[in-house]
Design a protein around this ligand. Sequence first.
Ligand code: GLA
Length: 339
Amino acid sequence: MSLKQKLQTYFELGAAVSAKNLEDTGAASLLKEESSLITAENEMKPMFILDHAQSLENLKTDGAPGCDFTMARKYLDYAKKHKLKLRAHTLVWHNQTPRWFFAKDYSDLEDAPLVHRETMLFRMEAFIRDYMTFVYKEYPGLVYAWDVCNEAVADDASVRKSLWTQTLGEDYCFKAFEFAKRYNSEDALLFYNDYSSFVPKKRDFILDNILKPLMEHNLVDGMGMQTHLLMDSDLGLYEEALKIYGETGLTLHVTELDIHTPGDDPAHQQALLEKYSELFGIYKRAVEEKTAKLEAVIFWGIRDEDSWLTEFRKEASFPLLFAGDYKRKAIYDQLEGEL
Ligand code: GLA
């Protein structure tokens, strides 16, 4: 039995998909069996949508940023063809967003002066409006959730300093949700998404300074816990965070699950199996005991070979449940047996 079937009464399963995966038939057949949700690993982020030449051209008229949805279309078409639901990741982020988007006259000179709040509010609204309008007009019913704002909180539990705070100001995440809510014509779920969001200091800052103000204005539907874990990540704290986020009544999605595992030998893979088994036990318990409205668990990547962790951790990582020719790893069947 697949994990998708086994867990279907609890939550949906999904995976981040790379541009290379889109070309591989093995990926399509695997996703059919194992997933109902996909996220574009990169190609739906601002740097792949924002179009510099068109933005410069638009300065002659209203000055809205230009968008090119060619890359996004690949994922939208793929999701449609393979009957998968797509997570739109992400609208507003400090990373993978070009500096010129924040610069006066969209200048791409390294030291070009940045725009002020009014201009950046206008650009943010236009970007969100045009992105959402495109998706809803051309692909109705396909996107189930938007990661409206990604990683607005720094590790020391403060608003992360970035080109967003320098131009628009510290309330940029709140503003992003105001605009997303305004143009969300299909009522897809609107998410705040962050990593290490189970660490108490960061968790409490997210709750008090991001989620609660948004909830007071009915602007947010869900909390995305990225869940890039290490072997020694504290799952006690993780379970506590699920409960605490759960108490808000928001929908919870695990948006980017992986567990860094620096070896594919039996000992490392046994440790990985145990960690996933404990984690999925926590997820099932949260649903059974109704401590959290946990509705989706999405792996960050399909196969070990696709994982970003090898580059990021600077050592080979084997953190997922599939490998090679889109085949189940040995630990897959053991995990399925345990759940
Ligand atoms: C963050 C982002 C993802 C991705 C990962 C690394 O978690 O939200 O889009 O970039 O980092 O791959």
